[in-house]
Design a protein around this ligand. Sequence first.
Ligand SMILES: [Zn+2]
Ligand SMILES: [Zn+2]
Length: 357
Amino acid sequence: MRAIQMVRPEARGVSYGDDVEVPTPGPGEVRVRVARTAICGTDRHIYHWDESISHLVRPPVTIGHEFCGYIDAVGDGVETWSEGDYVSAEMHIVCGHCRACLRGDFHVCEHTKIAGLQQNGCFAESVVVPASNLVRLDPETVPPHIGALLDALGNAVHTVQAANTVEGRHVLLSGYGAIGAMAAAVVQFKGAASLTISEVSPGHLERAHEWAARMGDRVPIHIVNPLSEPDFAGKVREFSGGGVDVVLEMSGAVPAINDGLEVLYPGGEMVMLGIPAGRDLLIDRFSERVIFKGLTLKGVVGRRMFDTWDEMLSMLKLGLDLDHIVTHQLPLSSFEEGIALLDKGEAHKVVLDPSAG
Ligand SMILES: [Zn+2]
Ligand SMILES: [Zn+2]
């Protein structure tokens, strides 16, 4: 079968093969024929062998972790799934017995393995996953190009869920990359008092403006480039009646984190999904900006298993529209073209079709 693998990191890049062995599901596992799969920021970092992620990858491995498809083989002991079922899957494989798992906090399992990094992922015609990680999809409300985004949408929804609430609140979202764009759609869908988007990349800014124009004014949406706005804090306070209640930090950029803390209204909260580079995060005037304002800072990782999945599937059923996020659809073999589009900031989400070549 066709697959994209990280084989020799020292050579950089990946290998695209069409003679990779089709995997066989073991006990408790199923094999899924991949209908669509999407390129994640993580895959880009693996492709470029960036330090932020390379230490987690165990080559040789088939990369990719965002997909949907149809079950085409079922291992021993799997009773609730059958061939032909339309599914996606949580690709964080958890142990089920550490303290976090026993509390139901599977998303922070101490022994998490990520398919597409430490075991074979879904940039292939078929992928094997534990049956306990499957999520059933409704083909009426989740077409395959959207089904391929659910892992990333889960990050966005989990980030929004991690705030006390966004309904009726003033929200600043920093970082309108693919996950930021999904989080913006969720915030708009849920009905915030206002949404301010802060972004610096010209391509992402353009897509943010296009989306905001289409959404109308049910939720007032403001878009600011902090690099070209000399009074960023003043502007955001003007848009939010004196300060925002919630910052959704999706950029990992230290200036954005500082700006977000600056414009948070006392008692507000910052939910952090973006990953700052380097080991330490320097916050200016920490006591003034965080402690004396009584802020809450919360880190977010992965998706809650499986309440985040339930929430996103129900929002899609109720009409959450994400079509604008899928800017490109390519055959699997054009993976490197997809990476180049993302590197240049010309794409939001690139969806790949393994059956198309
Ligand atoms: Zn991902
Ligand atoms: Zn665990």
